[in-house]
Write a protein of this length. Structure first.
Length: 76
């Protein structure tokens, strides 16, 4: 069983290296003067359009507008 898994893993790695060998990669370098780039913390902007779209996509929303979620079915 272990030998079969090892053979399959080697096959997958071999095929992956062949496919990746055909990918044309181009590297991009960015020069930044600041090492730690931060932003000022301010009050967030509320985008009402985004909130409405999110509520339309949510499976359930309560009376106060909060999303109702559930634990994944795969979790016991």
């Amino acid at each position: 069983m272990v030998e079969e898994i090892e053979r399959e893993a080697e096959k997958v790695l071999r095929e992956l290296s062949q496919v990746l060998g055909e990918v044309d990669l181009e590297e991009t370098y960015y020069v930044v003067e600041e090492i730690n780039v931060t932003r000022n913390d301010e009050n967030p902007d509320l985008d009402n359009e985004f909130i409405e779209i999110s509520k339309k996509n949510a499976p359930r929303v309560d009376e106060e507008g909060y999303f109702i979620t559930e634990v994944g079915r795969w979790v016991e």
